[in-house]
Design a protein around this ligand. Sequence first.
Ligand SMILES: [Zn+2]
Length: 212
Amino acid sequence: MHQVTLTFDNGPDANVTPLVLDILARRSIKSTFFVVGSRLAAHRASTERAHAEGHWIGNHTWSHSIPFRDRGDSDFIRSEIDRTQDEIGALSHPDRLFRPYGGMGRLDGALNTKAVDHLAERHYTCILWNAVPGDFANHEGWVETALTQVATIGWPLVVLHDVHARAMQHLDRFLGRLQDRGAMFEQRFPVNCIAMQRGQRTDLLDSGIVAN
Ligand SMILES: [Zn+2]
């Protein structure tokens, strides 16, 4: 089997994030936590721990409420992106990782033209995804979905969420199944999920993800 990259979005959560960190530590797996700024402001300790343990910290908007396809004005863009980056502060990855809120995993319109210009100007690295097994909706059955998805993608970048305790009870079993199949966990991102690299646009932006 191939390499697999894991990311955990929408946290931090005071209870679930430490549980995820314990599981990753036991298996010596490094990942990225894309944090929601408003949650980080309330639960900073677990993100500090994630950073200290070698995980990367990325920006996943301040409010996680409205995709850029549905609201595209400059004030909203600045508050969603830069306010979160300020909150992350010294915990930031040097590449200033940002992941937009797609709304149920949707890629189309996850960005708009103004947001792309803003991310370019501020030298952000924009990371998308190619595997969304839906742990947020199917707390019990997501592992089978994830295993099926991972098997069909050359280098899967899996989106999971460190906010649903019931779903994350199955994380260790998922990781064990992957390791049994010979998966190699890779902290870096597959190039076909990188929409912008330190402000430089990539071809991925031409694939329908940018709304007007
Ligand atoms: Zn999210």
